[in-house]
Write a protein of this length. Structure first.
Length: 298
């Protein structure tokens, strides 16, 4: 049995489930709003929610897409007992998560939040070319028009009451007079094109993104130009770069993820890796059928 941990109505999950059905693979899908109780029957642990119930030893492989396993905790009136039982329940939950993560898996709930600074340090140790970067709380050392800034925390999507906002990579146009919270700055690289690579179990699929010819996308290709989309084509990275990717993903204990590079002259500059990165565009534009690859590997 395959366990899928995802969000309600997550499109990529839906598409891969279609492949699982066509391959006659049995699966259980867990949504982010499910709350499980841990129970025991005939000396076997099983977990139960309002829509799912299964023995954890029935699970043969796990795909962690988004969300996570949530558990109901029993509360006790006596404070000392409640503190003790809260810890007791924590260790049971930890065991269930750990047990499932030791199964054949594509990504894990425990490590999908990557620290970009740690990743860059490891990538540098492995030997990737990386644009010079630094942290600062003012712009005293920033070279205007030759430095970019971007978030160090995920994709930087801010959810306001009436709308969402996305923090994109931006060029520093002018210096600030006041100090601010510690911010990530990086050397701006003049690129030939960008590359997005999808990684799955030591196999790689890459796509070149010709974003540099459009002012809207030249700094951050995620600022999609729907009227004049970027050209996207299949691409083969040099073998030494692919070897470094495999080594990096092994060190990060990731079985899957999306990696971003800049090609500039003879160099391939590593930018970042996203463990739950979008790969639908890589699959569609390059006809890689990555949804099928994931379904087969589960």
């Amino acid at each position: 049995m395959i366990l899928i941990i995802s969000e309600n109505n997550e499109r990529t999950t839906n598409e891969i489930i279609r492949w699982l059905v066509s391959l006659n693979k049995k699966f259980i899908r867990v949504h982010e709003d499910e709350i499980f109780e841990i129970k025991v029957k005939e000396k076997r642990i099983y977990i139960e929610s309002h829509r799912n119930c299964f023995f954890i030893d029935e699970i043969k492989s796990v795909w962690f897409r988004r969300g996570g396993l949530r558990f109901l905790r029993i509360r006790y009136e006596e404070l000392a007992i409640n503190l003790h039982m809260n810890e007791y329940q924590h260790w049971l939950e930890d065991y269930v998560r750990n047990y499932l993560e030791r199964k054949k898996h594509i990504n894990k709930e425990s490590n999908y939040h990557l620290n970009k600074l740690i990743v860059l340090d490891i990538a540098k140790e492995i030997g990737f070319d990386i644009p010079d970067y630094f942290l600062a709380e003012n712009t005293n050392e920033v070279i205007v028009e030759n430095t970019i800034t971007k978030t160090i925390a995920g994709n930087g999507i801010l959810e306001f009451k009436d709308y969402n906002g996305t923090m994109y990579t931006s060029i520093v146009k002018e210096k600030e007079k006041k100090n601010f919270f510690i911010t990530f700055f990086q050397q701006k690289i003049d690129k030939d094109f960008e590359i997005r690579t999808f990684y799955l179990n030591k196999k790689l699929w890459s796509m070149a993104i010709f974003s540099q010819n459009d002012d809207q996308t030249k700094v951050d290709y995620r600022k999609y130009n729907k009227d004049k989309p970027n050209r996207n084509v299949r691409y083969n990275l040099p073998q030494d770069v692919e070897n470094k990717i495999i080594k990096l993903m092994d060190k990060l204990d990731l079985t899957s993820g999306s990696l971003d590079f800049i090609k500039s002259g003879e160099k391939y500059y590593f930018l970042e890796v996203n463990a739950i990165g979008q790969f639908g565009n890589v699959s569609t534009y390059c006809n890689y059928e990555l949804n099928r690859e994931i379904a087969i590997s589960l």
